[in-house]
Write a protein that binds this ligand. Structure first.
Ligand SMILES: O=C(O)CCC(=O)C(=O)O
Ligand SMILES: [Fe+2]
Length: 212
């Protein structure tokens, strides 16, 4: 990332003090759109799927709905399956541009996660698939209900779990050694809670996954 981009990103995003990570955050970016409208349109118009994951040889339904969009060459492999991206919609392209400008980096794909209520969640994981490269820059835009993102260090037990609330229109950029050193996830909630969408914009190295 060039110095110019760093300066531009610095205009809206603040570094977060988490050891062994490289996080930038804004609790509210300018979307140029009404966040509630974007949430409603994406919830209604996205062809949501509930994918299965394989854990210790058993298959489970993921506790959330997802959709994957991107440039045609941005294929990725996850849990033994190759996913072909849906083509970007005009709305997602507009959000991608906003997030690219705010974060000073480029993305060719976005994973949409729809947490319908407090029972939906995402287990601790790192986004460290080979097609993301060794130091991926991932920009995570949240809409709707505030949920907490938990970070746990992959090796060091002396570092406490780090909790970050992600309100509507917040933008979190995870880059550098963040994925190599930390896992992150969204816990289930016991209290009632409304819908939340999270969009993680990523750069998939073209040609890194062959179809099949
Ligand atoms: O919902 C979130 O904030 C986390 C999403 C995430 O970690 C992912 O898509 O890999
Ligand atoms: Fe993630």
């Amino acid at each position: 990332m060039g110095q110019q981009n760093e300066m531009f990103a610095g205009a809206t995003l603040e570094p977060l003090p988490l050891e062994d990570a490289d996080l930038l955050f804004s609790s509210r970016i300018q979307l140029g759109l009404d966040g509630a409208d974007v949430l409603r349109v994406l919830v209604e118009q996205t062809p949501w799927a509930q994918e299965t994951i394989q854990l210790y040889g058993k298959r489970y339904l993921q506790p959330r709905l997802t959709a994957w969009y991107g440039a045609a060459e941005a294929r990725y492999r996850y849990s033994g399956k190759t996913y072909e991206p849906l083509p970007f919609t005009p709305l997602l392209l507009q959000l991608k541009q906003t997030v690219e400008q705010a974060s000073g980096a480029a993305y060719n794909s976005v994973l949409l996660n729809y947490y319908r209520d407090g029972a939906d969640s995402m287990g601790l994981h790192a986004d460290d698939e080979p097609e993301l490269g060794p130091m991926p820059c991932i920009a995570s835009l949240s809409l709707g209900e505030t949920r907490d993102l938990y970070f746990r260090h992959r090796h060091r037990r002396d570092l406490a779990t780090f909790k970050l609330a992600l309100p509507s229109a917040s933008l979190l950029v995870m880059r550098g050694r963040t994925q190599a050193n930390w896992k992150h996830g969204i816990r289930k909630l016991a209290r009632p809670c409304g819908a939340r969408l999270n969009l993680t914009f990523r750069w998939i190295q073209p040609g890194s996954v062959r179809p099949g």
